[in-house]
Design a protein around this ligand. Structure first.
Ligand SMILES: Nc1ncnc2c1ncn2[C@@H]1O[C@H](COP(=O)(O)OP(=O)(O)OP(=O)(O)O)[C@@H](O)[C@H]1O
Ligand SMILES: O=C(O)[C@H](O)COP(=O)(O)O
Length: 395
């Protein structure tokens, strides 16, 4: 696996695919700079070697040129985070980009305009990739968040750099963290899967059952499993067409010696609202017209015990409707337990869109071993898929 450390960038231009697909507010200010900070070590290493950096990224899903998706909006933030004044080219290919690249000196950083202003990016167009490839001596892929896309700048472009391509430090760290859970993790390995639906996690479950010792199931997914076992779930979220599947998963887990831990109690509500009336009941005895929206205290304690005994922990998906404070306690309790286990030496990886949001919101970011910068990319990795952005460097 070739990484940044296999190259000396002195006098070289590094063409780096980063994932600066960051959220902006109405005033086009960056509201979460995690992905920019995450790309910093790679940029700094190249500058310290005596090279220069040409950064390319997408932002959002524009249709042709749309000013609101211009990467110009983030130049100031990137300069601030990197600590170097970042130059900008108003197009990622063509004369303007080529001129800006030609004028770039060692120690300087240039950001190119949104790759997706050209539809060729998403089409994985070879000619477009070749145009981009002109901008660098060495191609560095550091965009884990976009590694599941077989686009021109993330995968196809690598063909133009047969001997001169490598993973950036961030992408290497993401690959290593996933491997720590899926391949080399110290036992017992525990996966916590929460979130809304079984259907969106089924491929993950299928893939990880061979690799883990404990599977904690929480969140909205719970109720499909409880109903499959004959429990009463009232008005809770359920996928009736997945009841047989839930039974199959339980059987498969048993056959593979994986212990499944389901909630035992639930915080139920008479409406999907923060100020709804609530009660704590046995998760298998939810009255009609009530719905389970969070893990109850007995569940929190039970899950904490499993987590405390785990040496490797993967967390994807919240345990309740954490966006509403009334139903955030289960997710917070789980975060506390994972933080404690991490302090005691366990390796913990958090990934997936909403769990990362929850981890940041409740301040667990610095208390777990690693928080992935990938949403879809992380989920596809857990599903066991080979990500095109990673494969292109390894080929
Ligand atoms: N008991 C529940 N009933 C209904 N919704 C729930 C329940 N528990 C959790 N949720 C909701 O599930 C949503 C997250 O589900 P999702 O499957 O998208 O999570 P994720 O895996 O973290 O993120 P993603 O799949 O986007 O990467 C949250 O918005 C949360 O409110
Ligand atoms: O935020 C993400 O998940 C990545 O930047 C990929 O974006 P996309 O889903 O628009 O391809």
């Amino acid at each position: 696996m070739k990484t940044l450390n296999d190259f000396n960038f002195n006098g070289k231009k590094a063409l780096i695919r980063v994932d600066f697909n960051v959220p902006l507010n109405d005033e086009f200010q960056v509201t979460d700079d995690t992905r920019i900070k995450a790309a910093k070590p790679t940029i700094i290493k190249i500058l310290e070697d005596g090279g220069s950096c040409v950064l390319m990224s997408h932002l959002g899903r524009p249709k042709g040129f749309q000013e609101e998706f211009s990467l110009r909006h983030i130049v100031k933030k990137v300069s601030e985070v990197i600590g170097v004044e970042v130059k900008f080219a108003g197009n990622c290919i063509g004369e303007e980009a080529e001129k800006a690249v030609a004028g770039l000196e060692d120690g300087e950083v240039l950001l190119l305009e949104n790759l997706r202003f050209h539809e060729e990016e998403k089409l994985g167009d070879k000619n477009f990739a070749a145009q981009l490839a002109k901008h660098g001596d060495i191609y560095v892929n550091d965009a884990f968040g976009t590694a599941h896309r077989a686009h021109a700048s993330t995968a196809i472009i690598a063909q133009n750099f047969p001997e001169k391509k490598c993973f950036g430090l961030l992408l290497a760290k993401e690959i290593e963290s996933i491997a720590k859970v899926m391949e080399t993790g110290e036992k017992p390995v525990t996966a916590v899967l929460g979130g809304a639906k079984v259907s969106s996690k089924i491929t993950i479950i299928d893939n990880i059952l061979d690799k883990i010792d404990h599977l904690i199931i929480g969140g909205g997914m719970t109720f499909t499993f409880i109903k499959a076992q004959g429990g009463s779930i009232g008005n809770s979220l359920v996928e009736d067409d997945k009841l047989d599947l839930a039974k199959e998963i339980m059987a498969e887990a048993k056959a593979k010696n994986v212990t499944i831990h389901l909630p035992v109690d639930s915080v139920i509500a008479d409406a999907f609202a923060n100020d709804a009336n609530t009660k704590i009941v046995d998760v298998t005895k939810i009255p009609d017209d009530w719905m389970g929206l969070d893990a109850g205290p007995a569940t929190q304690a039970k899950f904490a015990e499993v987590i405390a005994q785990s040496k490797t922990i993967l967390w994807n998906g919240p345990l309740g409707v954490f966006e509403m404070p009334t139903f955030a306690k289960g997710t917070i309790a789980l975060g506390d337990a994972i933080a404690e286990a991490t302090k005691n030496g366990a390796f913990s990886l958090v990934g997936g869109g909403d769990s990362v949001a929850a981890v940041k919101q409740f301040g667990f970011e610095s208390k777990v071993s690693y928080v992935s910068t990938g949403g879809g990319a992380m989920l596809e990795s857990l599903e066991g898929k080979t990500l095109p952005g990673i494969a292109a460097i390894l080929e």
